[in-house]
Design a binder for this molecule. Sequence first.
Ligand code: GLA
Length: 394
Amino acid sequence: MTKNEGKEIVNRLFQEHFGCISKSGSGVFFAPGRINLIGEHTDYNGGHVLPCAVSLGTYGLFQRRSDRKLRFYSGNEPGAGVIETSLDELQPDRRFGWAEYPKGVLWAMKEEGFPIETGFDMAIYGDLPGGAGLSSSASLEILTGFAVRGLFDLDISDIKLALLGQKAENEYCGVRSGIMDQFASALGRKDHAIFLNTADLSYQYVPIRLPGAKIVISNTNRKHKLADSVYNERRRECQEALDQLKKAVNIQNLCDLTPEEFEQHRGVIQDPVLKKRARHVVYENARTLEAAKALKKGNISRFGGLMNEAHESMRRDYEATGIELDTLQEEALKIPGVIGSRMTGAGFGGCTVSIAEDSSIDRFIQEVGDAYLKEIGYAADFYIAEIGSGPRRL
Ligand code: GLA
């Protein structure tokens, strides 16, 4: 979908559900989703990640009101109709469905003392496949924060926008996610990955140069539900492993350990499952550091090899892939010209990202698609990733 099409859709939705659009106090905004190239489940362990914003995301028309009402409409969830609440009723309540994300961001802004005195109406439409692990929720959070910052002229940095989105997700929506998704959406840059150290939020942009190749996103179409999934359980397991390691070594986060240090001290972790979880995190962080180096040097084949190892570690040690993601990854690697492939995001369904030579892409989509349908019983979807920039006013 082009930016103009997105703009037209939210204009139409807004007029249909809220009436006319005034010139002042309104605006159309966009915030992207993301893929992560490598560094999975490291972001709540003080490690590194390497995500990029994609050109798909969420569009929204926002218009300020003079009272304290809030009204929400999503073209992706027409059945939910217009959802109405007010700035004085910002408590988590699942009955509000998708509107919990914008409500959560407003709650986080209020908690942090940002003055929002009047409400607004907002109509949104997104072209990210929902529940596919491409961070449609982070894109909605960043869209809300970015639009509210613009409409109410608030002094909030881009990093702070990401943190407010994460606070909403963690404390309002109940998913204890790390900072990666909101950071990638808020700070994405066209044709660059963000090499982010989640321990101190320092970051660098790394250009993605893939001569003669592209990133293919393959969607399992298995819906993953982050909130009630194994995500929070993995986080708890990492915390337990960290608590045990702290008895032997002075660290704040699992990712403070190099693989060598981990091998030296892993004996203090009794439970073999916790040991595997920690091993994934420590090695994944080391792989991410190496992958960023390889990308900077343009060594794409090394980068691809690290992606494959990362997938294997998510499968074996973190146990967060499943038959759908594993089938997509294994089948992708059978296609000549595929340089690397791995699951992206939280796992438990969602998407893989693969680097494939241009000449192999048709065959990739055909053969991986056929094998997936045969094995899983329903079809996968394929998209060529376009690395886009962060949020903007249209
Ligand atoms: C989800 C979370 C992120 C990150 C990934 C796994 O996308 O929102 O914070 O933990 O899973 O890397």
